[in-house]
Each structure stands twice: as structure tokens, then as C-alpha cells.
Design a protein around this ligand. Structure first.
Ligand code: DLL
Length: 432
């Protein structure tokens, strides 16, 4: 159990005073000791003395992924190699990777954040936690490993892959929780069934800590019903340290520890703040990071923020489920389509399975959107007429939800790709 009631249930005003103190210290440190931030602040004509309240954070310049890439590998670091105790490297979907360095204090802050988060999911010393995120340069495995050990749980460090062995160990060692991507858990559930194992009936699994990729509320319902677990959303990015924040047992938004991060949601076009609850681009300042400070970092993920106190008693702000990335949006004949809208619609159709693929192409100079989706084994009868009806219905539902024409291909159960890490469901041939 890792429950810091003094911090986690702090009044909002008190938390904001603490954030202001941390921000002020950070800004002075950066202005004095970082050539990069000093130059950026001069360009923005802001001096640390101008930060007089927490809302003055908006005077500070934004930071983008390209700033990290342009300064590859370690030009933004504010710690010497002697002070660093670890590197993680994100592969990045495009361009150069980003390298993150950690001091011992950075690892400690990261571990505490996750220890609080896992506790808020009801986990503790009685739990056996299987960590099936990749161990290595990716932050998922090691991050959750240390967080889980800190709450006194017993860790099974399986990492990704070797799915049959994962299922055997889950049974033999009595795993009560699993940490992995939602798509890997779907794959594991199916692999277990092929081995004659029902995760719901034949294992002790009761909790999933699932994230590192977008997934919808409908997918959560399916996973929970199928596997008999409670599935919690976990969020983070390598630049912020790694996986950091989760929902609590209320499953009502991801708690962002305010003593760790100051969160803003901005309009991706104007950079202005949006209202409470409104969707925009997640922007974060990590208040205590030593080796690689992160200030007003435009993460690119789309979400909204709430400030109401959670029913669990925690007072820190919460963000809603990430619905996609600013750069994930597909523009189909001028209409904006997010992959999450497609998942949302598909998962509301009982005849289809959990696996799908989105293919965008250009045909006769026009964008064409194709959705391939597996049908459930029970719907995959030999009656062609039934399948035709399902196909038409899926195309109709998607067309209505997205307001663009969608071609649908029904795929046989088990025929679309499965993923051990982050799923790659979109193939945009226009970019190839
Ligand atoms: O994915 C860190 C992580 C590990 C998070 C394990 C959760 C669990 P990166 O590889 O740097 O770090 O990728 C970060 O993944 O900007 C989002 O676009 C996406 N992402 C992460 N968690 C979620 C989530 C890790 N819960 C990028 N929902 C982020 C939606 C997520 N997208």
C-alpha cells in the first residue's frame, strides 16, 4: 500500500501553492543553468521574476518533440553522466529516437508516482503482478516493475512475447494482475483459449493495468466481461519518464499527481487553454525532473481535464481517456476521422470481434477508407446471406458515425494481425 493522504487529498488551493513553489524553483534553475531554456525564455521575453502566479506559466514557451530530436541524444540534459543512473530510448514512430536520462531522484519520483497509482487500483502486498510490457529501452517494463515492487507486490517480470509461457506462469504463480497493452491482453486471452485455459475461470487474474496505446471504453467493457477482470487505463510517455498515472478503482479518469506534473489542455492550433472538461492537446510541465527537464511539453495526445474531487477522495486533477493524437487524425475527403471513433463504433456491434484494421488509400484521385474487421466465431456461420447482412450493417453504422463512405471487409476470426506491444491498426497507403 502506498497512500500518501497528506499529498493525495490536499485541498486544491494548497496543491496549487505547492505547484507554484516548485514551478518557480524550476524556472530559476532552467534560466540560470540551461542554455536551451535560457535562450527560449529570452526569445519569449520572459524572466523568472515574471512568473508571479501559477497561471503565469502561460508566459513560458512551449516545448515540442522536435526540440528533443534536434538536441539528440543528450544536449538538453542538465545532469552529467556521473549523475545519471539510466537511459531509456523511445523508438518514435517517425524520425530520430528520443533519449531520456534519469538521475536517482528521477527514478525515485517515477517509482513513487506508479506506486501511488497501483495502490489506487486496489493493488498491494497480496498481489502477484505480471509485467508483460517490454523490458529494455521501452519504459513500460522497468517502470511498472519498480512501481509494483514498491507497493510490496510480487512481480513476475515476463516482458513481452512467449505468450504460451506467459499463460502457464500466470496460472502456476497465481498472477492477480497483469500490466500490458490492451491489444496484447486480447492476444493473450485468445492464446489461452487455444490452450484450453479460460482466464476468467482458470486463473486468479482480477486486474489489468492497460495502456501505452489508445483504447476505447467499449473495448474496456469487452475485456472486462470476457476475462472477468477490472481493466484500468494507464498513461505516460517516455519524455515524462514513462508510465506514470492511472485511473483509480472508480474508473473515472486518470489521476495526474499535481505535485509531480502541472497539466494544461490547449487548443492545438492556437495554444490557448480550453475550458474544464473540453478536449484539447495535453501539455505538461514535470515539476521535479532533474536530468531532462520538461516544460510546457506539447505531447500531442487529445484529452480533457477535470478538477472535481474524485469519489475515492483524491483531489488531484484527472484527465479523460485519450481519444487519439493530434497527428493520428485521418483526413478522408476533407473529413476528420479518428481511429478511436472507428473502434468505438465497431465495439458497439455484438457480431464483430475485437480485431480490426484501417486501410486508407487513394482511388481515382479520391481518398478511400476500408475497415477490415473480424467477425465473432459464432457469427461466422456458413450462411453467406447472414455475413452480407452483417457487412452492410457495419458499413452503415460506420458511415453514419464518421459521415464518410466506408468499405467493409469481414475477416475470419483469428486472421488479422495480433500485437505483443503497441498495436498498428492503421495503414495509410497515401503516405507510402
Ligand atoms: O507508451 C509509456 C507507457 C508504458 C504508458 C506503459 C503506459 C503503459 P511512449 O512509447 O513514449 O511511452 O509512448 C507514449 O503512447 O503519447 C500516447 O500517444 C500513447 N499512450 C500511452 N498511454 C496511453 C493510453 C509509453 N493510456 C504515447 N491511452 C503517448 C492512449 C496512450 N494512448
Amino acid at each position: 500500500m502506498y497512500w500518501d493522504s497528506k499529498i493525495e487529498t490536499m485541498e486544491r488551493e494548497e496543491l496549487e501553492r505547492l505547484q507554484y513553489r516548485l514551478l518557480k524553483t524550476l524556472v530559476y534553475r532552467l534560466y540560470s543553468f540551461s542554455a536551451f531554456y535560457h535562450r527560449r525564455m529570452e526569445e519569449a521575453k520572459v524572466h523568472p521574476d515574471d512568473v508571479k502566479t501559477l497561471s503565469d506559466v502561460t508566459k513560458l514557451p512551449f516545448m515540442f518533440k522536435r526540440d528533443l530530436r534536434d538536441n539528440y541524444p543528450d544536449k538538453l540534459f542538465m545532469a552529467t553522466q556521473e549523475d545519471l543512473v539510466r537511459y531509456h530510448v523511445s523508438s518514435g514512430t517517425t524520425g530520430k529516437p528520443t533519449v531520456v536520462g534519469y538521475t536517482a531522484n528521477d527514478l525515485e519520483e517515477w517509482t513513487v508516482s506508479l506506486a501511488r497509482a497501483l495502490t489506487s487500483c486496489g493493488l498491494g502486498t497480496k498481489d502477484v503482478i505480471q509485467v508483460s510490457y517490454g523490458y529494455g529501452l521501452f519504459t513500460g517494463g522497468l517502470g511498472l516493475h519498480y512501481g509494483a515492487e514498491r507497493i510490496g507486490a510480487t512481480v513476475i517480470p515476463t516482458s513481452v512475447g512467449g505468450t504460451e509461457r506467459q499463460i502457464e506462469l500466470m496460472q502456476d504463480l497465481g498472477a492477480t494482475a497483469i500490466c500490458c497493452t490492451p491489444s496484447y491482453l486480447l492476444h493473450m486471452g485468445e492464446a489461452a483459449e487455444k490452450m484450453g485455459v479460460s482466464i476468467k475461470k482458470d486463473t486468479k487474474l482480477k486486474v489489468g493495468i492497460l495502456g501505452a496505446e489508445p483504447w476505447t471504453a467499449e473495448m474496456r467493457t469487452r475485456i472486462q466481461d470476457w476475462l472477468g477482470i477490472k481493466a484500468y487505463d494507464i498513461y505516460g510517455t517516455s519524455e515524462l519518464s514513462g508510465p506514470l498515472f492511472t485511473e483509480c478503482t472508480e474508473q473515472n479518469g486518470i489521476h495526474i499527481w499535481g505535485d509531480f506534473a502541472y497539466t494544461e489542455i490547449v487548443d492545438p492550433k492556437t495554444g490557448e487553454h480550453v475550458g474544464d472538461g473540453e478536449k484539447g492537446e495535453l501539455t505538461m510541465t514535470i515539476l521535479k525532473k532533474e536530468a531532462l527537464p520538461i516544460v510546457r511539453y506539447r505531447i500531442g495526445d487529445i484529452t480533457g481535464m477535470e478538477h472535481e474531487v474524485c469519489a475515492c477522495g483524491r483531489t488531484h486533477p484527472r484527465i479523460t481517456r485519450i481519444t487519439g493524437r493530434v497527428d493520428d487524425m485521418l483526413i478522408i475527403r476533407g473529413i476528420n476521422v479518428f481511429p478511436s471513433q472507428i473502434e468505438h463504433t465497431l465495439m458497439g456491434i455484438p457480431e464483430v470481434g475485437q480485431h480490426f484494421q484501417i486501410v486508407v488509400d487513394r482511388k481515382h484521385e479520391l481518398d478511400a477508407l476500408l475497415v477490415r474487421v473480424e467477425v465473432k466465431p459464432e457469427a461466422f456461420s456458413d450462411k453467406i446471406t447472414d455475413l452480407m447482412k452483417i457487412k452492410e450493417m457495419v458499413a452503415h453504422r460506420l458511415g453514419a458515425a464518421l459521415t464518410v463512405n466506408v468499405d467493409v471487409e469481414l475477416a475470419e476470426p483469428g486472421s488479422l494481425p495480433r500485437f505483443e506491444g503497441k498495436a498498428k491498426r492503421v495503414i495509410d497507403r497515401r503516405k507510402m
